[in-house]
Design a protein around this ligand. Structure first.
Ligand code: EPZ
Length: 422
């Protein structure tokens, strides 16, 4: 297992190019199952999760060609040879559940392994299943798989009122509804930019969708969808992560391709903490205002609130803030596993259930630490960039799921960082 060695090296300066969004690409790729025409995705990120989704789609008979070093994905589901998404792939990546809706809508049946939980929580998929049942699907849960069948005449439009906001359930229902007979209304729908990106791609394929980005999305089913070429939206979580590099080390970094509308609540919180964020022609320029980072409180919420996927990274910044910060994690039940690792670096963090209280210290100290999940891993890297001395982050396979070329991007800004192949 690889590790990453980092030596604190003072303020970092330079430019970092932001890649396409992992969480947009992971829902755009299964959209190929909705049509027998070619779907081309550009600005695709080069990540292990994308490779896992590629394997899954290929196991169903879809063709997925990775072109231009992985930045372009050419997909085609002209001849599906299987409707079964096997556990051995699904267990590696929960987003595999996103093949359920499109496969059911296109082929009338799907057998998808239940994804199971992960480090940050139980991650149930009950809302995905209830939405598809509302559209007429008959589901049978047995031997760890969802056996789903659409009615003889295909899925039917329905009004689906989600009891809580779910990104994945909104995506599954949205994709399935594009081919359902009649009108589907998704209420209390997720509003994330990745949902907007999916809707824009589906519309290019011929879907009839209104309201994406608001809490109510209306879809008029059509009999078939065509192909499209679509550029994956910039990754707002990678963007937010790299905005923290100058915040935590000092210096100034321009995040190329960054857009303020993708990180509104996060940028406001950075401003309150003493970090300046300004729009440039090429993206977002970030630098620490004069003096020490100020303590701020954070509550994670569905978009447009503060993203749960930036909570771990923000905690790293607040470990050396002037004062006490309270972070409340409201989306997942176990998303503070980075806290004990940051404590090994000298942070003062008290975790009580879903609330972490961080008392800022002057400086963190490098130490051997362990990555536990994707966003925790990059939180430790941020802390290490600003710490005194050496840090070794182990189990960085978590990191490779969601961040491409981290060492290169950070070295280009002056970081002393290298990968140790284990
Ligand atoms: C997506 O996960 C993202 N993953 C997550 O990013 C992100 O943290 C999450 O949305 C929230 O923004 C992808 O897009 C691939 P949810 P998803 O359904 O769709 C509960 C990362 O680091 N819930 O919005 O699985 C659930 O347990 C990953 O890139 C149900 O109870 O998240 C959670 O508490 C981590 N029943 C809450 O809803 C369901 O059927 C929000 O989950 C579905 C969800």
């Amino acid at each position: 297992m690889d590790s990453i060695l980092i030596k604190g090296n003072g303020p970092l300066n330079g430019q970092i190019a932001i890649a396409g969004a992992k969480n947009a690409c992971l829902t755009l790729m299964p959209a190929t199952l909705l049509t027998d025409a070619p779907l081309t995705l550009t600005n695709a990120p080069r990540l292990s999760d994308i490779r896992t989704m590629t394997q899954l789609l290929q196991s169903l008979g879809a063709e997925v060609a990775s072109l231009q070093g992985g930045q372009v994905l050419a997909l085609s589901s002209h001849d599906l040879t299987s409707h079964r998404a096997d556990y051995d792939i699904v267990r590696k990546m929960r987003a595999s559940i996103l093949v359920l809706g499109p496969m059911l809508a296109r082929a009338g049946e799907a057998i998808v392994s239940l994804p199971g939980g992960c480090a940050i929580g139980a991650r149930p998929v009950d809302l995905h299943l209830k939405a598809l049942e509302a559209m007429g699907a008959v589901l049978d849960l047995r031997d760890g798989y969802v056996h789903a069948k659409a009615p003889a005449g295909g899925l039917k439009g329905a009004v689906i009122d989600f009891p809580l906001v779910s990104v994945g359930a909104t995506e599954n229902a949205l994709m399935a509804a594009t081919l359902a007979k009649g009108t589907t209304v998704l209420k209390n729908a997720a509003r994330e930019p990745e949902i907007v990106d999916l809707a824009q791609c589906l519309r290019r394929m011929g879907a009839r969708i209104e309201g994406e980005g608001t809490e109510t999305i209306t879809i008029e089913g059509v009999t078939a969808l065509g192909g499209a070429t679509h550029a994956v939206v910039a990754d707002r979580i990678e963007l937010g992560t790299y905005m923290l590099v100058p915040a935590i080390t000092g210096g100034e970094v321009e995040c190329l391709g960054g857009r303020m509308d993708l990180v509104g609540a996060f940028a406001e919180k950075l401003d309150a903490a003493g970090v300046s964020v300004s729009e440039t022609e090429r993206g977002l320029k970030v630098s620490r205002k004069n003096g020490r980072i100020r303590a701020v409180d954070v509550v994670t919420e569905p978009f447009p609130g503060f993203p749960t996927d930036l909570q771990a990274q923000m905690m790293a910044l607040l470990c050396t803030a002037d004062g006490v910060s309270v972070l409340e994690e409201r989306i997942f039940e176990n998303r503070f596993m980075h806290a004990p690792e940051l404590t090994r670096m000298g942070a003062r963090i008290d975790v009580q259930g879903g609330t972490a209280t961080v008392t800022g210290v002057e400086k963190l100290k490098g130490a051997p630490v362990m990555a536990t999940d994707l966003r925790a891993s990059v939180s430790l890297i941020l802390a290490a960039l600003a710490a005194e001395g050496e840090t070794v982050v182990s189990r960085v396979y978590h990191l490779d799921r969601g961040y491409e070329k981290v060492e290169e991007k950070l070295s280009a800004c002056g970081a002393l960082i290298e990968r140790i192949h284990g």
